[in-house]
Ligand binder design. Structure first.
Ligand code: TEU
Length: 528
């Protein structure tokens, strides 16, 4: 594989720093913790690490409220330590991807503080979206836009004592930047350079389809076309400029582009725009052979014309953990709208998650692996008085929010707090039984999720870079070959299925039956 094209088929591990590993023992994950666990990540076999925002932040939205992009939050470490981490990872052949949040900043960012101080009509306010309200006394928000937090019905406008309202698609502590202002463009290109110069090789772009706004900020009622804040054409000029910056450094982008329309999505992946974007198709796909095959086919079809590799995502820091999702009757349909107390069959979910891991790792393209997925962690029930996620608080308490997939990782079965930190209680409580998932225990277990992931990442090069060909298979069975002669078969049907004759078994997500057939919810990798 050409080094320059590493991102076309990489396995990228997502590090939610706050919950990954705690180096200083205060109960919050940090860069020291990540550095100490680099041997674990190298052993796992990942190609790159994507770090959720590690910048200075009041943490009103887990660091997606950035107060200063050029400072590492003191809870996580220092800039010097980030540079060390990037270099040490590279020595182990692991690349670093940082996360940029261009739609908004923290309300503690110097720009927003200056805008507040400067008052209505000031040039400082032009960097954001400040407007007078509607109604007799300006007491009504300037428009009817809905919150971009699933489950929240709160307004996206907040009124200041001076009468002005400001726009925030997420929380009030995350004011939206005005992308019609040239200073906003210059600042972000500088931020990209800042991190590329520190050895970063990739950048994730948060909420990548939301930044541009219609300057008139029209109501959504009346269905203005084009949409006033989703997928606007101006964005493509932004990403073309960013691409030119990335190309100077050989850096790559992955965009968080949530768009239902395949053709509109693919526009972000044109050769002079983003290299890749997250494909969330599996998150809303039920565990059903026909539906999965359709999701795979449409994903590959939408990427092919622009020549961009597909990406495969089973989970991230916003999504119900995979073993839990697959253990629920409504598997995958309702991944974002969460509910308390949904019945879950974890044994079933775990079997399916193991099969899904082999399925996604066998497909053409790159794969994102969210920390803890390799341990088969379930979604945790967080006691309501401990939930921090603003999504919960802004839903009026009806939505459990996303903390259930952000619980500090279990490293050692016999250590306090399952080896996360040592002195301080973890920032989110670990549920009973968490130590059973500890990495050190799974390392010694040939049937653990961790062992499966290690073996899969080691065997994955067998699939090569070539295209996918579907093979004839019974109802409920997915079978495909890749150009290099490796095969993947997944059985979702109740009846066990025969494996192709004269093939060598490379890896299996679970035991075959006594006649050597593949049982339900099991996947295998074979060499023809
Ligand atoms: O998420 C973007 C986004 O649109 C989310 O609201 C998403 O729809 C939701 O989390 C699904 O459950 C990104 C980040 O990934 C998220 O963590 C941030 O809260 C959000 O942007 C604001 O920066």
């Amino acid at each position: 594989r050409r080094q320059a094209d590493w991102w076309r088929s990489a396995v990228i591990y997502q590090v939610y720093v706050r919950s990954f590993a705690d180096g200083d023992g205060d109960g919050t994950g940090d860069l020291a913790g990540v550095r100490a666990r680099l041997p674990y990540l190298a052993e796992l076999g990942v190609d790159a690490l994507w770090f959720n925002p590690w910048y200075l932040s009041p943490m009103k939205d887990g660091g997606y409220d950035v107060a200063d992009y050029r400072t590492v939050d003191p809870a996580f470490g220092t800039l010097a330590e980030a540079e060390k981490l990037i270099a040490e990872a590279r020595e182990r052949g692991i690349r670093t991807i940082v996360d940029i949040v261009p739609n908004h900043v923290s309300d503690q960012h110097p720009w927003f503080r200056a805008a507040l101080a400067a008052g209505p009509g000031s040039p400082e306010r032009d960097l954001f979206h400040f407007r007078p309200g509607r109604g007799q006394d300006g007491e009504l928000p300037p428009n009817d836009w809905p919150s971009q937090f699933v489950g929240s019905t709160e307004p996206v406008w907040t009124r200041l004592p001076d009468g002005d309202w400001y726009l925030h698609l997420f929380t009030p502590e995350q004011p939206d930047l005005n992308w019609a202002h040239p200073a906003v463009h210059r600042e972000h290109e500088d931020i990209l350079r800042f991190w590329f110069e520190r050895g970063v090789e990739g950048v994730r772009i948060d909420s990548a389809a939301l930044l541009a706004k219609d300057p008139d900020l029209p109501d959504l009622a009346g269905a203005p076309d084009p949409h006033p804040f989703v997928d606007r054409d101006e964005l493509h000029d932004v990403y073309r400029s960013w691409r030119a910056v990335a190309d100077e450094y050989g850096g790559v982008f992955v965009g968080e582009v949530w768009l239902p329309d395949a053709e509109r999505f693919a526009r972000y992946l044109r050769p002079d725009e983003l290299h890749t974007a997250f494909n969330f198709a599996f998150l809303s796909c039920p565990w059903d052979a026909d539906r999965l095959r359709a999701a795979i086919d449409s994903t590959l079809a939408e990427h092919a014309p622009v020549g961009a590799p597909a990406t495969w995502v089973l989970c991230n820091h916003d999504i119900t953990r995979t073993v839990t999702r697959y253990g629920r009757a409504d598997t995958g349909f309702d991944f974002a709208a969460k509910a308390f107390g949904t019945p879950t069959d974890l044994a079933l979910g775990t079997r399916r998650a193991r099969a899904a891991a082999l399925l996604s790792l066998a497909l053409p393209g790159s794969v994102y692996l969210y920390q803890g997925e390799e341990l088969g962690l379930p979604e945790a029930d967080i006691p309501v008085d401990r939930i921090e996620d603003p999504m919960h608080h802004r839903s009026g308490g009806t939505d459990p929010g996303r903390d259930g997939c952000r619980v500090p990782l279990p490293w050692s079965a016999d250590a306090p707090y399952a080896g996360f930190g040592s002195r301080g209680e973890p920032w989110l409580p670990q549920p009973a039984g968490w130590a059973e998932y500890a990495a050190d225990r799974q390392e010694r277990d040939p049937h653990s999720m961790l062992t499966l992931y290690r073996e899969a990442l080691a065997a994955r090069p067998a699939f090569g870079e070539g295209p996918l060909t579907w093979l004839p298979a019974p109802e409920g069975v997915l079978a495909f070959a890749r150009a290099d002669g490796a095969l993947c078969v997944v059985n979702l049907a109740a009846t066990p299925t025969e494996l192709p004759a004269h093939s060598e078994l490379l890896l299996s997500s679970g035991p075959l039956d006594e006649s050597g057939r593949l049982p339900q919810d099991t996947a295998v990798w074979l060499r023809a």
